[in-house]
Design a binder for this molecule. Sequence first.
Ligand code: DP6
Length: 394
Amino acid sequence: MADKVYRASTTAPVNIAVVKYWGKRDATLNLPTNSSLSVTLAQSDLRTLTTASCSASYPASEGDWLLLNGEPSDVSGARVQACFRELRARRAALEAADPSLPKLSTMPLHIVSENNFPTAAGLASSAAGFAALVRAIADLYELPASPSELSLIARQGSGSACRSLFGGYVAWRMGGKADGSDSMADQVAEASHWPEMRALVLVASAAKKGVSSTSGMQQTVATSSLFQERIERVVPQNMAVMEKAIQDRDFAPFAEVTMRDSNSFHATCADTYPPIFYMNDVSRAAIRAVEQINAAAGRTVAAYTFDAGPNAVIYYLEKDTELVVGTFYHVLGGEIDGWKNDAVKGLKPTTSLDGGVASLLKGGVSRVIMTGVGPGPQKADEHLVAEDGTPVRR
Ligand code: DP6
């Protein structure tokens, strides 16, 4: 009889930071120069599903492998290797303490992973991908590790991934130790603490970004003097105000810090030598649109933020859907992909955007994603590896 195939499957979410991680103090251990804070987005719209499997019958000659969206993906890189090594070491410790346990740590890993959103969504999927990879292998190995402990491992895959081990509102504490053992994520609040938080993503380009975050942040650390001001003063202050805003469910300071922190991060990119530009004319039009929506409302109802690319993420509260989404829906038109019909049906165009802003958005936004705050990784019953060890074709 063939050896047993052990399997575990999980989903993991995307997160979008409202206080940005930008800068490494140790590139090998992936330790950041500052703390950061993000909102975890709902998995019905954006998630990675990953099955981790291992078996004594998997040929040793093939080694470990990963199939990502149906394509073989390289696992020889230092980041994936660090995750495998850390997880195997923890499993090996359990096996050493209890010799009756099957020796899963010695078996090759076969991993199959799929995103539920098209690559054309233009969203970096590495956070959800590494969070799902680490959670699935930890479940396969039955590790008694908390999400914070697993965030230490996911961090080594991709910094922002450590925040995708939790739902809701999540901080990555930069820590101070040289070995990185205190640089991990913790939950500031559950999604249910402030469930009305919504996010509208305006996809301004689905193209792979010009300068990767990994290399961009290294260049900023090496050349920008403004960056020192950011990590020493701006971010610590933004973290404190943001945590209180979340505890108090107070949208105005949440929004102001979100926008200011995005501006601060992109200012350090402009101060990098040579400069790095992630935003384009369409991104800047989205900023103007948010300002015009807030001015027309007479209060802050929307907040923009941008990662290492031109796509805008706009946070707002459910009660202000008409003011925010209504405006964008009428400017962009119903033909582009991504509108949720039940949510946009009957929305009135509440703010008329100035002509230049409206035409830039209309010409440059190719699709939208309507989503909101959501929970952390979930155990999945659906396996992407069959009982006999073959990848499931879908
Ligand atoms: C702008 O997590 O992609 O999205 O650790 O090198 O993999 P690596 O970087 P990554 O950087 C994300 C940067 C950001 C801000 C954020 O998510 O906090």
